[in-house]
Design a protein around this ligand. Sequence first.
Ligand code: SD4
Length: 383
Amino acid sequence: MFKHQIYFFRLSESFLPLFDAETSNFEQLKNKTMVDRRKFIKTSAFTGFASLLTKGAWSMTETGTIKGKPIVISTWDAGLRANKAAWEVLVSGGRALDAVEKGVMVTESEQNCCVGLGANPDRDGFVTLDACIMDEFSNCGSVAFLERIKHPISVARRVMEKTPHVMLVGSGAQQFAIAEGFPLEEQKLSSEAQKNYENWLKKSEYKPPVINVESQPVPQAVKQEHGPFAPYKLETGEWNHDTIGMVAMDTNGNLSGSCTTSGAGFKMRGRLGDSPIIGAGLFVDNEVGACTSTGQGEDVIRVAGSHSVIELMRQGLSPEAACKKIIERIIKIKGAKAKDIQVAFLAVNKKGQVGAFAIHKGFSYAIKTNEIEKLVPSKFIME
Ligand code: SD4
C-alpha cells in the first residue's frame, strides 16, 4: 500500500498541528500539490508526486487525500460523541456544514444540563435554546430564546438557507420552525431539570441578572474548579457537559461551525449569551479558520470573542496563540472578577492546526481526524 506519513506533531504552540507549521510557503506548496495531484490522477505517475512531498508536512494516502483533512473539534467531553456523528459525514466526503449540524444534534438529543430540551430552565422554569451555524461562504443563521423545539441548530440552518435574515428569536423563531415542519414538543422539564430547578428555587432570591447568573447554579466545589458555567457530575457520577461548539474542515478544506446551548442555567428570562451570536460564540472565515467559544457568554460578547480570535489568526497567530490573546483580553477587562468566570475558545486554522485556551483549568475539547480521536485538555491561565 502506498502511504506517506510526512507530518509530525509539535506540542509547543498548538496541540496538534496536522500540517507543518514551519512550512512558510504553505499556500504555494498546496497549489503545487493540487496541480500535481491532477497530474497524478491523469497519469498515475506517482513517483514525482511523492518526492514533492518529502519537504512538506503533508501526509498523503494512496487516494491523494490529505491527512488532517477532514478534521472535527468540539467543546467538552460530549464532543467525543458529537464528533462521531460529524465524522460520518466528513469521512464520506460530505460538507463541513452538514457535519457540524449532524454532530451537535447528537448533544441536543442527549439528556444534559446545558444543551437541548432536557437542559436546565431559566429562572421562570422554561427551557430556552440558542444556536447558530456558519458555512464556508460566510452564510450564517441563528435562533435564540427558542422554546419547545428539539433541534435549534437545524432551525438556525433553515434561517440561513430559507430566509433573507441571520437571526430569528423567541416566538417568531418558533413559528418559523413550526412552519418548516419541526414538531412542537411538550412544554415539560426533564425529570433531571425539574429536580435541579426545585433545588434552585429553594435559594432563589431573584437577584439582579448578573449576580443571579454568576452565583448559584453550580455547586461551590465545581465553581471553584471550573467557574460558573462548568459541567458538573450527574447522579450517575458521570461528568455532565456544557454548551457544544463545533468546528470542522472537510476533505475539500472548507470550514464550517455550529454552536448550541440552553445558556446559563436559571438565567433571567430572555437572557442571551454568546452562543447564538455570530462573531461571539462562533465565527468562520474560510480563508483563515473557524472558532467557537464556551463559558460566560456576556464576557465573550464584550470582546466579540470568536471573531477576534479569527482576526488574530488572519494576522498570523496560531489558533492557540490567538485564543490565548483573547482570553488575556477578557481577564484584563474583568480584573479581579476573572477568577469567578470561565471562558474558553477553540479554533482551527486553514492549515488544519488546532488550538484552545481557557481562563481556568478544566476545559477540554474533543478532536477527531484520520489519525486520532480523543479528548485534549486545554491550556489555561488560572488553576
Ligand atoms: C452562554 N456561552 O449562554 C453560553 C454558556 C456556555 O459553557 O457556553 N456555557 O453564555
